[in-house]
Design a protein around this ligand. Structure first.
Ligand code: TRH
Length: 384
């Protein structure tokens, strides 16, 4: 009688949270898409369940192993053994793999395919490096770089299949209901709604000061508590003051840190989104709304190169005046805060054109294959 071997196909994703939410945010999103849209069994090994829980509150931060939305979420352990069914292992952002797991991979006859998932960048060198093999220095293990990115030569961007329909269904009535849920019932018709997510070295006081001078009402929603000390200091209120805070045209509201899916809704509800790092940056692009990005600071200044490379792509097809206003504002936000006083009115004046462009940009990006789908295809071509 023929022996039928079941083909192993489980994906192991390894994630170490360096700081902030981006590492967990990207890995969780990838895990969910692989499972929901490609039917793959996925295990997410993560060393910081509390951070993941902020993104997905249904998670138990104390559990060693749990099943959430079809994903097996495991606490990272250095002694993690290699499960029999592992077919693909994704090492997120160069976090390394547990030594025991790697040793077992090398000893096995059919080691899982090892993918090193890299950070997102719009720099042109990414096109040449995406998909390159990266042999392990000591062990005979096949390993490949996978770079997300903005061109068809890269691995693309994470995008759920239902994202566009969810966004399209977010009409004026749903938007109003969203604001109501956030405790805001009285937003005037001509208000500029802004979401503010940034690192705490961003020039928050400078931004709030220019917004307070605006000719129209500006509502700034701040999710999470990172920026609240700077906001309170701008308004001169005590550390336990929860707002809302008002000055001139400006009103600032503190929001809780939202679950990942609700954060999308905040981006869709706003006219302008300040975002940072990697995942919120991508989501703001899918929101098809004007955005201002603060890249994650790196000691060697690599973040400034990333910023410029992105602006070069983003502004290439934009009307020159709008492009100049946007670039100047991003430059001020990322290191030249004295210029914000002039850059804000210029940004406001170009807002209509910048919004149209944001829609075109999102449509153009959506014409590229999404990252999870590309990753599945990449693996299928190598695992026979
Ligand atoms: O938190 P971040 O600054 O993460 C960063 C970057 O990923 C950076 O590249 C990396 O080196 C560093 O971490 C270690 O920003 P990012 O990438 O936007 O991740 C934030 C996540 O949090 C994203 O998934 C969106 C989510 N989020 C919510 O779910 N709710 C919220 O209310 C907010 C503000 C964000």
């Amino acid at each position: 009688m023929a022996v039928v071997h079941s083909i192993p196909k489980t994906w192991d994703i390894f994630c170490k949270v360096v700081d902030n939410f981006g590492d967990a945010g990207v890995c969780w999103r990838l895990a969910r898409i692989l499972h929901r849209e490609h039917g793959l069994p996925v295990r997410l090994w993560i060393d910081d369940l509390a951070t993941l829980r902020a993104l997905h509150p249904a998670l138990d931060a104390a559990a060693q192993r749990q099943q959430v939305d079809g994903i097996t979420v495991c606490r990272w352990q250095d002694a993690t053994p290699l499960p029999d069914d592992a077919a693909v292992v994704v090492e997120a952002f160069g976090c390394g793999l547990p030594e025991a797991y790697v040793t077992a991979m090398a000893a096995g006859t059919r080691p899982p395919l090892w993918i090193v998932l890299e950070y997102l960048s719009a720099e042109s060198w990414v096109d040449e490096h995406h998909g390159l093999s990266s042999p392990h220095p000591r062990l005979p293990l096949p390993r490949y770089f996978f770079f997300p990115g903005f061109t068809s030569a890269t691995g693309g961007l994470l995008r759920e299949a239902e994202l566009q329909s969810r966004r399209a269904a977010f009409d004026a009535a749903v938007r109003q209901a969203f604001w109501r849920d956030m405790g805001l019932t009285d937003i005037a018709e001509n208000t500029l709604a802004v979401s503010l997510f940034a690192y705490n070295d961003a020039p928050i006081a400078g931004l709030l000061a220019v917004m307070a001078q605006d000719a129209k009402p500006v509502l700034v929603a701040v999710p999470g508590d990172t920026l609240l000390p700077a906001v309170r200091s701008f308004f001169g209120v005590a550390a336990d003051d929860c707002g809302p805070w008002r000055r001139g045209a400006l009103e600032v509201r503190a929001l809780p840190f939202l679950p990942q899916a609700r954060y999308d809704e905040l981006l869709w509800a706003c006219d302008l989104n300040f975002v940072r790092g990697e995942d919120s940056f991508v989501r703001a692009q899918w929101a098809a709304r004007p955005l201002v990005w603060q890249p994650y600071r790196q000691d060697d200044g690599a973040h400034q190169r990333k910023l410029q490379a992105y602006l070069n792509r983003y502004c290439a097809e934009q009307a020159p005046a709008a492009s100049a206003a946007l670039c100047e504002f991003w430059r001020c936000w990322n290191g030249a805060p004295k210029g914000l006083g002039a850059a804000w009115p210029a940004l406001r004046a170009a807002q209509g054109e910048i919004r149209l462009h944001a829609g075109r940009w999102a449509r153009d990006l959506a014409s590229h294959a999404d990252m999870a789908g590309q990753l599945v295809g990449f693996v299928a071509n190598r695992v026979k």
